[in-house]
Design a protein around this ligand. Structure first.
Ligand code: ADP
Ligand code: ADP
Length: 229
């Protein structure tokens, strides 16, 4: 059912410079936890560790109680849907890019995923719709549109755990609003870890963890954190 648990996780890219200094938190099944904090705090590192792009140097990361070091890469990749902050799309159609999440999906399912990720308005507005090519040969999508295509791909894959690393690039407020809506719809009832670079996205999270220099400096709901100032 996808419970994610970090137990006293320590990590350093370079042994002389620790990045995470004993981090413990849990994402209960079906809940959304947002990680916030200044640039360089170690937020994206958390998602890289969960996906095992790197291994922890101390502590444990568990999914449903099992240390991820004891899980095969294949089942880890199947359990976690990751939307990275810099989405790279294939130089092919939008439909192809969304369908990459699950090749045997029907057209209706592809369209439903696009709708959930709120990319469908864009698709309908463009002359060739889903057959619009992304990348150099065709129409260039903005960073926000690309991220929504990646979100649609992940929705179609429908993994038990969702990791969303929000784009850091400057987005206009309309795009930001659309992405926020997409994230909210996608994370509903799904175990979700949101690496938040914008305050607007964390309002709906069940718990917000404030990371500062590799440690948790504050945690709580949006309302609780506002109370504490
Ligand atoms: P955030 O997402 O909070 O901005 P990151 O997790 O990306 O922070 O990075 C945390 C720290 O780790 C930063 O000081 C960054 O410079 C460093 N860092 C990130 N990636 C690497 C890497 N591959 N090798 C060495 N240092 C890295
Ligand atoms: P972001 O700040 O958008 O999360 P990254 O996580 O990719 O971006 O990188 C965070 C910081 O880590 C940046 O300042 C980047 O220069 C630095 N960084 C990334 N990869 C490496 C690396 N291999 N070695 C050293 N520093 C790195």
């Amino acid at each position: 059912d996808g419970v994610v648990k970090f137990e006293d996780v320590r990590f350093a890219y370079d042994p002389s410079r620790p990045i995470l200094k004993g981090l413990s938190f849990e994402v209960p099944a079906g809940k959304t936890v947002a990680i916030v904090g200044p640039s360089g705090a170690g937020k994206s590192t958390i998602s890289r560790l969960l996906f095992r792009l790197y291994d922890v140097s101390g502590g444990h990361i568990r999914i449903d109680g099992q240390d991820i070091r004891d899980v095969t890469q294949t089942s880890l990749r199947a359990a976690i849907g990751m939307v990275p902050q810099d989405t790279v799309l294939f130089n092919d159609t939008i439909r192809y890019n969304i369908r990459y999440g699950r090749w045997n999906a029907s057209d209706a399912e592809v369209e439903e995923a696009a709708q959930t990720a709120q990319i469908d308005a864009f698709i309908k507005a463009s002359p060739k719709g889903y057959e619009t090519e992304v990348g150099e040969r065709g129409l260039k999508l903005s960073g926000g549109e690309k991220q929504r295509v990646a979100i649609a791909r992940t929705v179609l894959k429908s993994p038990p755990i969702l990791v969303l690393d929000e784009a850091t690039s400057a987005l206009d407020s309309h795009t930001e609003h659309e992405i926020q809506g997409a994230l909210e719809r996608v994370s509903q009832n799904r175990t979700s870890l949101v690496i938040a670079h914008r305050l607007s996205t964390i309002v709906g999270a069940d718990e917000i963890i404030v990371l500062d220099q590799g440690r948790i400096s504050e945690r709580g709901t949006h309302a609780q954190l506002l109370e504490h100032g």
